[in-house]
Write a new protein. Structure first.
Ligand code: IVH
Length: 673
């Protein structure tokens, strides 16, 4: 319920704040001390946090603390200040380069060189120098006409006022970014929404003295109008800038090839938080000035440059509920249902909380305000919760001690290798006795890496389960298609396609068959090792009955955990029935003896990122057919790291450190001729 007294008090504070604000920004004559100003702002925000109905549009939580002044003289730029088009990923970059190649009719092997410059998130300015003297500085304005902010710019130490270098043009507009460093921003944080606003606000102070109090910086990166400037490349221009006394970005680089642009992008995207100013992407410019000239412009952006943006990868949201999901191996995973929020262009409404220990450690509760991170294609996760925003009535989250699906007790297993209890709590029931585990086992069975049944997605598994059409993985071979045809969203054609997809996958290799069983600790690699050792399905089935698993001890890579797990699996009666069913429905092919003298002999490979037009599984099998080996960690043993779309930066960086060759998918395929 609204409390009128509180609302009145709140609005009074806002009115006072507006008054202070006017004096502070417009008149550059603060009425109160900075700390009093900040205190008032804090009081308003505290009230809003406490009483959610307080929501004035004039609140300092919504307005940026500065009003653009109408008092600056407008001046035309001699050369227009352009903007840049944006690229958000590899595809956009490829298109950008393709257009350039077409435009310039370049041959395929012509290597385009780029100047890659971190894009500082500040305010651009154009500085006019005549005969080596800084005579005028303009803001960007609308690109055609800017505000004359010369006096304010003069207060910035990084801007040289006189340049005596011999090769400095008689007249030139030097362009770059005015910004504030994060460490300086933290000292004046309460007055501005972010560093960019701080830079913008202080640049437009009516009184240059007010500007001089704020530690603004300037980094130069391009030029507008120029008389007597003779340069061949953007990178050499950047060098000149440095010699003339300007600051340039220490992370500027010259790079060839889209893949290398991406490697650099990934590297900087990680590093951006260590840099003392905000960067929101990387600007790529064709390095050759002649080519730049030939390429020219489209409307208000050059054809020869593009901004490769970083993805915003964290956001704040509210935890609406904490649900427990039961996985294929019985692991209980807590998942936060959050108020939907956009992170890096994707709407996120679920975020993993990993396990029970994680919740306890971070004391995560329903109703908390949380920071959610989404990095690449990894499942979004909760980083932290804001204890200041915690509701008074919030209660500690109690992790269920019974499986939410089947009610069995849950256990934390003792881990032999770490000599500790697992962080993960598991349902203690054996496989198919728990509904949720069964559903997950079916999903695994039809998944890409196992039987790879096209169109049999997770939603369909859940739907068919609900309708009692499937209870075990082998039920997919006995589907009642007549019944499915009548279901909503299904018709003759889709049923035909489903049946075709299933029939088509009845022939399966031994390793994929073993993997598809979903035995705990038997992933794709271990399944391959077992298949290589056992050679045929009949040997596998014999072993499942005899349970004489001693022979598995000789397999390099199979340890006691795996052996115990296999024995467990074979000892379960339901699993035995499951195996018999599969024996009847599938045609399991013997393990192919690998060609030991192929092109990739003695070479170890690893993939990161999504490959184009080929599944990981197929790519692995190509490598193995050519006598190469796939390994799962970046170590000295690795010979080649093959990168696809959205690769893992960590892997690339580690590979670079270890001097491991990094190949694009194309380069790798070239190796195979
Ligand atoms: S070049 C024609 N280089 O990005 C080239 N711009 O959206 C235009 N920016 O207004 C500018 N760092 O404020 C260039 N190294 C850099 C840059 C950069 C930041 C900003 C600049 C510009 C905006 C383009």
């Amino acid at each position: 319920m609204k409390n009128l007294k509180i609302e009145k008090e709140y609005l009074k504070k806002i009115k006072l704040f507006q008054e202070y604000n006017k004096y502070y920004y417009d008149k550059s004559d603060p009425k109160v001390s900075d700390s009093k100003f900040d205190q008032l702002k804090k009081e308003i925000i505290d009230l809003e946090n406490k009483y959610k109905y307080l929501n004035s549009k004039n609140s300092p939580s919504k307005t940026v603390g500065f009003t653009p002044s109408k008092n600056f003289k407008k001046v035309k730029h001699k050369t227009q200040m352009l903007s840049l088009s944006n690229a958000f990923g590899e595809e956009d970059l490829k298109n950008f380069e393709k257009k350039i190649r077409n435009f310039l009719s370049l041959s395929k092997d012509f290597e385009l060189e780029y100047s890659a410059e971190p894009k500082i998130d500040g305010i651009s300015a154009s500085l006019t120098y005549k005969n080596g003297k800084f005579i005028m500085g303009l803001s960007r304005g609308d690109g055609k006409e800017g505000e004359d902010i010369t006096e304010n710019l003069k207060t910035i130490k990084d801007i040289p006022k006189i340049i005596t270098a011999k090769n400095f043009p008689v007249e030139i507009d030097i362009r770059g970014e005015v910004f504030i460093q994060n460490s300086d921003f933290s000292k004046i944080k309460t007055k501005f929404a972010n560093p960019r606003n701080a830079a913008s606000g202080s640049l437009r102070q009516k009184d240059p003295k007010a500007t001089s109090k704020i530690p603004l910086k300037f980094i130069a990166y391009t030029y507008g109008f120029a008389k007597n400037l003779s340069i061949k490349t953007q990178s050499s221009f950047l060098k000149n800038l440095k010699n003339w006394g300007f600051k340039t970005n220490e992370y500027n680089k010259t790079i060839c090839g889209i893949n290398n642009l991406i490697v650099n992008h990934n590297h900087l995207e990680k590093k951006r938080y260590e840099i003392d100013f905000d960067i929101d992407g990387i600007v790529y410019k064709i390095n050759d000035i002649e080519l730049q000239k030939r390429l020219g412009y489209v409307t208000n952006a050059p054809r020869w440059a593009i901004a490769h943006k970083f993805s915003a990868n964290s956001s704040i949201s509210e935890i609406l509920n904490i649900e427990i999901q039961v996985g294929r191996t019985g692991a209980l995973t807590p998942v936060a249902k959050i108020k939907p929020v956009k992170i890096g262009g994707v709407t996120v409404s679920n975020a993993t909380l990993h396990n029970e220990d994680e919740i306890t450690r971070k004391d995560i509760r329903v109703g908390d305000t949380a920071t959610i991170e989404r990095a690449g294609d990894v499942i979004p996760h909760v980083i932290s919760v804001d204890l200041n925003k915690r509701k008074k009535n919030s209660q500690k989250f109690i992790f269920p001690k019974k499986c939410p699906s089947c009610g069995s007790s849950t256990v934390k297993e003792f881990n032999e290798s770490t000599k500790r209890n697992d962080a993960v709590r598991r349902c203690s029931s054996e496989g198919f006795e728990c509904d949720q585990i069964s559903i997950e086992k079916i999903k695994h069975f039809v998944s890409k890496e196992a039987l790879n049944i096209e169109g049999f997605g997770k939603k369909i598994v859940e739907n068919f389960w609900e309708l009692n059409l499937i209870k075990f993985p082998h039920d997919i071979f006995k589907l009642n298609y007549e019944k499915i045809k009548k279901l909503e969203g299904w018709g003759n054609l889709s049923v035909f396609n489903l049946k075709y997809a299933i029939d088509n996958k009845k022939k399966i290799s031994l390793d994929k068959f073993i993997y598809s069983l979903g035995i705990r600790h038997i992933g794709q690699e271990n399944a391959k090792l077992l298949a290589r050792h056992l050679k045929s399905a009949s040997n596998f089935f014999k072993l499942s009955l005899s349970k004489d698993i001693d022979e598995l001890k000789n397999i390099d890579g199979i340890g006691s955990t795996q052996i115990k797990s296999i024995l467990n699996f074979f000892s379960n009666q339901t699993n035995q029935k499951f195996l018999i069913e599969l024996k009847n429905h599938l045609e399991i092919t013997d393990t192919i003896q690998i060609n030991q003298s192929g092109l990739l002999k003695n070479k170890n490979f690893m993939f990161t990122g999504k490959l184009e037009g080929i599944s990981r599984a197929e790519a692995k099998s190509i490598i193995e057919q050519n006598s190469g080996k796939i390994i799962s960690n970046v170590t000295k043993k690795l010979d080649y790291l093959i990168i696809g779309e959205k690769p893992t930066t960590k892997k690339i960086n580690l590979a670079k450190e270890l001097n491991i060759k990094i190949l694009s998918q194309k380069e790798w395929l070239k190796m195979l001729d």
